[in-house]
Design a protein around this ligand. Structure first.
Ligand SMILES: Cc1cc2nc3c(=O)[nH]c(=O)nc-3n(C[C@H](O)[C@H](O)[C@H](O)COP(=O)(O)O)c2cc1C
Length: 377
């Protein structure tokens, strides 16, 4: 029996009318505490238990990408652990990697609350957090103290500080990257959040190229650098980004961030505010995003002939969803909303489901499944 889905979720999601952001902060504080004391008895026992319940090991699911070993393809998506407070614990929940951030150069409080809403009928979340985070220096300090405990590839997702004008974006990303370079295994340029004014305009080729130029000059090929894109871009705009990926030798693309679209939702009114969902600012994640993000992954895989690694994210809840993204071309996948809805048993269920699907398809390893359902153009 899954206690999370039968007992904890109903309480968190409705019974006590718990504020989703408060619930998130409490969960993260608990995970951070476990991570901090995971090598000391009795917390070490709890951590050991978590690992034995929630994780599985199979070399068939492992991959080496950019010189990094990923024990499995399921990662924690950016936004969940923005400040890396629980960076050392994600392996205990079965994850194969974790992406911290979005972190900005300057610490910032984010948008006014409420800014996080669950759309239960849609298996979705609406958020307009606005990069609330403690800043790049704080993350660097925290990670420098926890190097022993972090055993998975760690990505760091960089965003632009709200106080930095768009014209100075490249300098802002560069300053964050300099502070954090030693502490991340890969880095992500986030130009796709809908919750920082003007940020998505940085996906435009001219502006993005300035950011990539600055970062790759500093980087000198040392760390894999990826760009995370919005699902709402036109194909032409994505094609421009793929061209930049080649010019600036990007390690890959993360597809996708949340969507600003509201079509197809069953929810009409956000009960906490009484406003129509169409009037509330923010990005939608979860089930409504699933199909579009897979479409973007498939398109990128086709256009690049499978030569550019893709991290697929958007609406993954089940092994079927994960398989769909992988066979559409994602070599790694990430989850945020699905993990909130499905609970900590989700990663293991997905990994077990992937192993079954590999058997059915007659593949030895996960890498054989990547892009296997895509017609090459
Ligand atoms: C509450 C919340 C906060 C998020 N914060 C960030 C963020 O800081 N940076 C980022 O790149 N993506 C952020 N995301 C987007 C997720 O990383 C992911 O791209 C998106 O939610 C789609 O995946 P999902 O359907 O599994 O949630 C956030 C998502 C949610 C729900």
């Amino acid at each position: 029996m899954d206690i999370y889905r039968t007992t904890i979720r109903p309480i968190l999601f409705s019974g006590l009318k718990v504020d989703p952001e408060w619930a998130h902060q409490q969960s993260l504080a608990l995970l951070s505490w476990i991570g901090q004391y995971q090598n000391q008895f009795p917390v070490s026992r709890i951590e050991h238990q978590l690992k034995s319940v929630f994780s599985i090991n199979s070399t068939r699911l492992s991959q080496t990408l950019w010189g990094l070993s990923f024990p499995n393809p399921v990662g924690l998506a950016a936004g969940f652990d923005k400040d890396g407070v629980a960076a050392g614990i994600w392996h205990s929940f079965g994850f194969g990697f974790a992406e911290l951030g979005t972190v900005t150069l300057h610490p910032q409080p984010g948008n006014p609350r409420p800014r996080l809403f669950r759309l239960l009928q849609d298996q979705a979340v609406l958020n307009r957090m606005g990069f609330n985070n403690q800043g790049a220096a704080a993350l660097a300090t925290r990670l420098s103290q926890h190097t022993q405990a972090v055993s998975l590839p760690i990505g760091i997702n960089l965003g632009k500080s709200k106080i930095t004008p768009l014209e100075a974006a490249a300098k802002d990303y560069l300053a964050s990257f300099r502070q954090l370079k030693a502490w991340g295994d890969y880095f992500v340029v986030n130009v796709s959040s809908p919750n920082t004014p003007g940020l998505r305009s940085l996906q435009n080729a001219t502006q993005l190229s300035q950011i990539l130029e600055a970062l790759q000059t500093e980087n000198q090929g040392d760390k894999p650098l990826l760009v995370k894109i919005a699902p709402d871009l036109e194909w032409e705009a994505i094609a421009d980004i793929l061209e930049l990926a080649q010019t600036y030798q990007l390690a890959g693309i993360i597809a996708t961030n949340t969507t600003i679209r509201r079509d197809g939702l069953s929810t009409t009114v956000i009960s906490r505010t009484g406003n129509l969902v169409t009037e509330e600012a923010g990005g939608i994640s979860g089930a409504p995003l699933r199909q579009r993000s897979t479409e973007v992954i498939r398109w990128i895989y086709q256009q690049t002939q499978g030569q550019l690694p893709i991290i697929g994210v958007g609406g993954i809840f089940t092994p079927e969803d994960a398989w769909e993204k992988i066979t559409a071309g994602a070599c790694l996948i990430q989850t945020y909303t699905g993990w909130v809805y499905e609970g900590p048993g989700m990663v293991r269920r997905i990994l077990e489901g992937l192993l079954q699907r590999l058997d059915v398809a007659g593949f030895n390893s996960l890498s054989e499944a990547v892009g296997s359902q895509v017609d090459r153009v």
